[in-house]
Design a protein around this ligand. Structure first.
Ligand SMILES: C[S@@+](CC[C@H](N)C(=O)[O-])C[C@H]1O[C@@H](n2cnc3c(N)ncnc32)[C@H](O)[C@@H]1O
Length: 211
């Protein structure tokens, strides 16, 4: 990739990109794939009505909507269009248009934080800060169900459904190390195929705040 491209603000690229492809992404998004079934892990471990943050919630379909059957959910997304769709799709839940990398909810606000296919749209030098801030916002024994990179990718910009999209992530071992350094106990981790692009796979982790 040429240096000039990375000098474009990745957040702007991601926000503008999802603003343009939100409807298309929603149409393609799998509703009953392995990643979606992992949400059951939160359902089994948390009481009904628990407070859950969905970071990078997209249009709310399917993840926020499933979580909302059991929990009190707040969805956050940087894309105005995604948030607009989410408010229509899951009307009872609260959605905030914002950047999940600088959330300032008080300490110990959430019983769980879920983030699917979103952290890897942020430059990886910021990932530890995101994980630490999530940890801060979790209640003691709170759970983090996260999708992270499975392989090493310093950064990439590529065509994605006709727009330019940005990705950046560490590999499995480094991600697990980062999580442990932040204080999470890893309950399980697994590599799961991307339901839209089965040639790609991602690391899914269930971590617990140890306090
Ligand atoms: C691939 S979509 C995934 C949506 C949803 N989580 C799902 O599983 O279908 C990634 C979403 O993350 C959002 N996103 C990326 N970076 C973000 C950031 N820094 N803050 C908030 N949302 C972000 C994008 O706008 C997009 O809606």
């Amino acid at each position: 990739m040429v240096k000039e491209e990375i000098s474009k603000n990745p957040r702007e690229m991601v926000k503008e990109g999802y603003n343009k492809i939100a409807t298309q992404y929603r149409a393609l998004r799998a509703r009953d794939s392995e990643d979606v079934r992992l949400l059951q892990q939160l359902v089994e471990r948390l009481p009904k009505g628990a407070r859950v943050l969905d970071a990078g919630c997209g249009s709310g379909i399917p993840v926020t909507r499933i979580l909302a059957r059991y929990f009190d959910v707040i969805g956050v997304d940087i894309s105005e269009k995604q948030i607009q769709l989410a408010r229509k799709s899951v009307p009872k839940e609260k959605f905030i248009r914002g950047d999940f990398t600088n959330l300032d909810f008080p300490d110990e606000s959430f019983d769980a934080i879920c983030s699917y296919y979103a952290i890897f749209h942020v430059p990886r030098s910021e990932h530890k800060g995101i994980l630490l801030n999530f940890y801060r916002m979790l209640k003691p024994k709170g759970l983090a169900l996260l999708c992270l990179g499975a392989g090493d990718l310093p950064h990439d910009i590529a065509d994605y459904h006709g727009i330019q999209m940005f990705w950046s992530h560490y590999g499995r071992e480094k991600n697990l190390r980062l999580l442990r350094e932040c204080g999470y106990e890893i309950i399980w981790s697994k590599i799961v195929k991307d339901p839209i692009y089965p040639k790609s796979a991602h690391l899914f982790v269930l971590g617990e705040k140890l306090v």
